[in-house]
Write a protein that binds this ligand. Structure first.
Ligand code: ADP
Ligand code: MG
Length: 225
């Protein structure tokens, strides 16, 4: 993958007395194989940052470069193709399609892009996620933790440059949340994936390798002393 450079991003919502500064001069550089956590309280700007780095929203100021190209300078069409091909998303809500099996949900991003599934790659992925015996099940036949593991496999099925996870354990009890996080760590390590995870849970944040905090829209890297 290419280096991702987030340069001096600000985001202001609303005007005049309704103005909210959601992000203020945020900068960070993400390298291949990075495992990043961004921790902050509710309303601190975590989702806004993630949406801007992944091209879902435009910044008010600043730029987001993937391999030197500013993703916010292209057309909406270019941007959505870029997101489909280069970025994986994991959400708090699993967003699985109920009429599709686990396997069909997992390969959906490939089908949307008319790409063939790389079966050996998918086998590695689904086995690290402990899903081998669940692939023909429908979402309603799976536990919350299993559904989120399917959503993780879906986020990675097209082998994106980076995966963004926004509060991925927010909808799970602590035991299955932990299990899901351990599997995500294994995938990151064994498959050398680049992952950025947003959380307000310090235990989850600590499982990553680089740590950022965001408070009132101000992003800071916390370095081990
Ligand atoms: P977090 O994900 O850390 O909970 P958000 O990034 O969602 O925080 O929000 C940061 C701030 O920006 C909050 O004050 C929120 O109310 C505000 N905000 C987020 N999205 C919008 C929007 N579309 N319009 C107006 N204000 C928004
Ligand atoms: Mg949020």
């Amino acid at each position: 993958m290419m280096e991702i450079q987030v340069k001096d991003i600000s985001k202001i919502y609303g005007t005049n007395e309704n103005q909210v500064i959601a992000l203020s001069h945020a900068s960070m550089t993400i390298q291949e194989g990075d495992f990043i956590s961004i921790m902050g309280p509710s309303g601190s700007g975590k989702s806004t940052l993630l949406h801007i780095i992944s091209g879902l929203e435009h910044p008010t100021n600043g730029s987001v470069l993937y391999g030197g190209t500013d993703i916010h300078n292209g057309s909406d069409k270019q941007l959505s193709a870029f997101r489909r091909q280069k970025i994986g998303f994991i959400f708090q809500q699993f967003h699985l399609l109920p009429v599709l099996t686990a396997y069909e949900n997992i390969v959906m991003p490939l089908l949307l892009d008319q790409r063939q599934a790389d079966e050996p790659y998918l086998e590695t992925l689904t086995s690290l996620l402990g899903l081998e015996t669940r692939l023909s099940h429908f979402p309603h036949e799976l536990s919350g933790g299993q559904q989120q593991r399917v959503a993780i496999a879906r986020a990675l099925s097209a082998d994106p440059d980076i995966v963004f996870a926004d509060e991925p354990t927010g909808n799970l009890d602590s035991k299955s949340g932990n299990e899901v996080m351990k599997m995500l760590c294994q995938i990151q390590e064994k498959m050398n994936k680049t992952i950025a995870i947003i959380t307000h849970d310090p235990h989850i944040a600590n499982m990553a390798k680089r740590h950022f905090t965001i408070i009132d829209g101000i992003l800071t890297e916390v370095r081990a002393s």
